[in-house]
Design a protein. Structure first.
Length: 365
C-alpha cells in the first residue's frame, strides 16, 4: 500500500494514463544497486529516489574532488574530500525520506560484486572503466540480473539495457555481446586529455534512471535489446540492434587472474618506498608530471609503456600511479595479460590521494 504522503508525493506521475498505483507499488518494492556516484550516478540517483524506488544501494569508494563539481552537481565546494557514497545517501534521504538508501564506501571487486548484485533487482552501471563494466556484466549474467549501461566520450553517450528478461522469456544482449573484448591500451581514452561538458553525463544518467524505471514497471523501451548512441552536437539518437549471443552465459569471467588489479593504499605504498622495497611507475602525461610528482619516480606516459617494457625493474614491487587510478589500472592489466608481469600494484587514488594523505606540498590539479 502507498501511504497518504506517498500518494501526495507521487500524484503527478500517478495521473499519467500509462501509470498506475500497481506500477508505483512495483517501484516501492524494488531494490536498485547503483555502482558509481560520479557524473552518471549523481544524475540517475535523484530521479530513482524521486520516482519512488523503495531501496537504493550506492557503491563508490571515491571522494569528491574539486574537478568533479562541473559534472557531479549534487556535491558542493564545501564537501571536497568527503565520501561520494555518503554524500549521495544524505542527498537522497533529504529528497525522499520514503526511500531506504544504503551507502557503501568500497570499490566493487571480484570479492564483493556477487554479494552486492545478488541482493538487487536491477543494477545501474555508472562506472567509468572497462574492467568495472565487464565485472558487473559477468556477475549480472551469472546471477540473471538486468543492468542499465551507459558511457560517455566527448560529445557522445551510449546506452543499453543489458541481460534484461523480456516478456517472451529471452534476455537482451550482454555487455560482452556489445563489446566482446576490452580495447587495446593505446585505444583507451585518456581521462585527463578527453574533455567533457557536464550536461553530457547528466543526460545519460537521466536516461539510465528512465530505463531502470521503465524496466521495473514492465514497460518496453528501444534500449532493451539495442545500443543507443546519442550525439549532443546534432541531438541525434541512433539505434543499433544487438542480438544476444547464443552462448553469452559461457563468455563470462575470462582470465580472471590476469584481469585482477591489486590495489595498494598510499600509506602502505609510502612505507614500501621508505624500505626500498618498491618503486613508482607514473603513467601520467609529462605536463601532469611537471605539475605534481614524487621524487625518484619512473615516469612513462601510458601510451608509451608498450615500447618501454625493458626499462621496468622486476626485482621490486612496481607501484603504478596516475591522477586517480584509472589509467594505472589499464596499464597493469596490459602488463599482466600481454607481458606476464606479476609485481604490479595500483596506487589507489593516484597522485591526488598521495597529496591529500602523504605529502600536502604536492600540488593538486
Amino acid at each position: 500500500m502507498l501511504t497518504p504522503s506517498e500518494l501526495i508525493r507521487y500524484q503527478k506521475q500517478l495521473k499519467l494514463p500509462e501509470w498506475d498505483i500497481e506500477k508505483q507499488l512495483v517501484l516501492k518494492s524494488s531494490h536498485v544497486l547503483v555502482v558509481g556516484a560520479g557524473g552518471l550516478g549523481v544524475a540517475a540517483l535523484p530521479y530513482l529516489a524521486a520516482a519512488g524506488i523503495g531501496q537504493i544501494s550506492i557503491v563508490d569508494h571515491d571522494v569528491v574532488d574539486l574537478s568533479n563539481l562541473g559534472r557531479q552537481v549534487i556535491y558542493t565546494s564545501a564537501e571536497v574530500g568527503q565520501s561520494k557514497a555518503l554524500l549521495a545517501q544524505r542527498y537522497l534521504q533529504n529528497l525522499n525520506p520514503e526511500v531506504n538508501v544504503n551507502s557503501f564506501e568500497v570499490k566493487l571487486t571480484t570479492e564483493n560484486a556477487a554479494e552486492f548484485i545478488q541482493k538487487a533487482d536491477l543494477i545501474v552501471d555508472c562506472t567509468d572503466n572497462f574492467a568495472a563494466r565487464y565485472l558487473i556484466n559477468d556477475h549480472c549474467v551469472s546471477l540473471e540480473k538486468p543492468f542499465v549501461y551507459a558511457a560517455i566520450h566527448a560529445w557522445e553517450g551510449l546506452l543499453s539495457v543489458c541481460n534484461a528478461l523480456l516478456p517472451n522469456g529471452t534476455r537482451t544482449a550482454t555487455y560482452r555481446c556489445l563489446f566482446p573484448e576490452s580495447p587495446n591500451m593505446s585505444e583507451i581514452p585518456n581521462c585527463d586529455e578527453v574533455g567533457v561538458l557536464g550536461f553530457i553525463p547528466g543526460i545519460m544518467g537521466l536516461l539510465q534512471a528512465k530505463e531502470a524505471i521503465f524496466y521495473l514497471a514492465g514497460m518496453s523501451s528501444p534500449a532493451q535489446g539495442a545500443l543507443l548512441r546519442w550525439d549532443a552536437r546534432d541531438m541525434s539518437m541512433k539505434h543499433f540492434k544487438v542480438e544476444r549471443e547464443p552462448d553469452a552465459a559461457l563468455h563470462i569471467f575470462p582470465r580472471t587472474n590476469l584481469d585482477e588489479v591489486r590495489e595498494i593504499q598510499v600509506g602502505e605504498a609510502h612505507a614500501l618506498l621508505q624500505q626500498n622495497l618498491a618503486y613508482i611507475l607514473d603513467v601520467r602525461e609529462l605536463d601532469e608530471f611537471e605539475i605534481a610528482s614524487i621524487p625518484d619516480t619512473l615516469q612513462i606516459p601510458m601510451h608509451h609503456v608498450p615500447t618501454n617494457i625493458t626499462s621496468l625493474p622486476v626485482h621490486k614491487k612496481c607501484l603504478v600511479m596516475c591522477h586517480h587510478g584509472m589509467r594505472s589500472a589499464h596499464v597493469i592489466r596490459f602488463l599482466q595479460q600481454e607481458k606476464g608481469f606479476t609485481n604490479l600494484y595500483n596506487v589507489t587514488g593516484g597522485i591526488d590521494a598521495w597529496s591529500l594523505k602523504i605529502d600536502p606540498s604536492i600540488p593538486r590539479y
